[in-house]
Design a protein around this ligand. Structure first.
Ligand SMILES: Cc1cc2nc3c(=O)[nH]c(=O)nc-3n(C[C@H](O)[C@H](O)[C@H](O)COP(=O)(O)OP(=O)(O)OC[C@H]3O[C@@H](n4cnc5c(N)ncnc54)[C@H](O)[C@@H]3O)c2cc1C
Length: 240
């Protein structure tokens, strides 16, 4: 996410950022210097990016908003990171970027069995959603190999597909509402979970597949499905 340009040189800017944010967010939410592990440099490919000078690990939407607001004020570029299982380099830090990792936002609501919905924070893994649905006799419509590590925020941001896509559709088809923080810290919340909603533009869908460029997904209201009564596997061969 590219913020507006600020008046500070990069090193001074990051020092100023730390000073401003250490007063606004919890101490556990900031890693800096040698505390930044190697894992934050990359995704599931072999290619490594820069080691970010700062990794922000917010645990609430309000902290995400504070981080983005200050980064925007100072012109500090940000890379958003979920489970870092992407294969396209979107979560790989570039020179001078700080990381915003959603790994501590891991709350999952109780499944609403009547509405067949669940609300997940961005850092919840795909597998945790699948399991919560299964525990209530319901089913989540997306499955990918990276289910144990990839996060709901990353899945939304990449519009993940996977092995159930022909039956249940892409990730975008599973989304009934989102909470998103824009680059200036504005929070957009639309977590009503109503399938019938014709109140103007559907802004949620704009953020699906936007790879962190338009805003940071902090929560998603996800559609669940009845569990299939039976499943069968088949191999199909094609003539070359
Ligand atoms: C074994 C394996 C199998 C896979 N199979 C599939 C598959 O079948 N189908 C498929 O589509 N993908 C697949 N992938 C790719 C990857 O798992 C998905 O793209 C996944 O959705 C990424 O989620 P993540 O949390 O790891 O995101 P990350 O890799 O951390 O980030 C991916 C992108 O989303 C952005 N982002 C992350 N979190 C947020 C957020 N909260 N708000 C805004 N932007 C954010 C990042 O900036 C980056 O641009 C596979 C990967 C592996 C390793």
């Amino acid at each position: 996410m590219q913020a507006a340009r600020g008046a500070f040189a990069p090193a001074n800017r990051q020092a100023e950022l730390l000073s401003r944010l250490s007063e606004r967010i919890g101490g556990n939410a900031i890693l800096a210097g040698d505390d930044v592990g190697d894992g934050y440099r990359g995704d599931a490919t072999d290619e490594r990016g820069e080691r970010p000078a700062i990794v922000f690990r917010p645990s609430t939407t309000a902290e995400v908003a504070a981080i983005l607001e200050e980064c925007n004020r100072l012109g500090q570029p940000v890379v958003v990171q979920g489970g870092r299982t992407g294969l396209a380099g979107g979560a790989r830090p570039g020179a001078g970027e700080v990381s915003l990792s959603l790994e501590r936002m891991v709350s999952l609501s109780v499944v609403d069995e009547d509405a067949a919905t669940v609300i997940a924070e961005a850092g919840v893994t795909l597998h945790a959603v699948q399991q919560a649905a299964a525990d209530c006799g319901l089913f989540f419509g997306v499955d990918i190999g990276a289910r144990g590590t990839s996060t709901i925020g990353g899945n939304v941001a990449t519009n993940a597909g996977g092995i159930r896509v022909l039956r249940y559709g892409m990730y975008r088809s599973q989304i009934l509402g989102l909470e998103v923080v824009l680059a200036d810290g504005t929070v957009l919340t639309s977590l009503k979970g109503l399938p019938k909603d014709n109140s103007g533009f559907d802004l949620n869908q704009l953020f699906v597949g936007s790879e962190g460029v338009l805003g940071v997904v902090t929560r998603a209201c996800l559609r669940l499905h009845p569990e299939p009564r039976s499943q069968a596997n088949a191999f199909a061969g094609c003539r070359p």
